[in-house]
Design a binder for this molecule. Sequence first.
Ligand SMILES: [Zn+2]
Length: 127
Amino acid sequence: MTPTSEDRRDVAARLRHEADGFRRLENELGQLTIDLGEVTAVFQDVAHFAGLDGTVRTCVLLDRLADLIDPTCHVIPGEEAVAELKDGTRLTGVPLSCGHVVFGVSAKDMPKFCCECGSRITSGGER
Ligand SMILES: [Zn+2]
């Protein structure tokens, strides 16, 4: 079975939902962390290959895995980017949370994906 984009978005959404749950718990209990030196070797490998080592917040681990499976970004509200071409032409663009800018569109008319990094552009609180 080949995973579809919908399968990947579902898995990532579940990971993000779980991360949100851990963040809510941290409000009551304080920071919740995982010492990756104390988990099974296969889990250490998964975390290491995802770029995480040592002691990490549980929500950070879950968000990292979600971002690798289904990278997302969103429009940064209320901001506009401006670039000036060599001929003096000024272009306006919409800045994204991934750090890139989409030029030639309005925030209401965004493409589905960032043309620089491929992150899925989300809106309305969706992640
Ligand atoms: Zn991007």
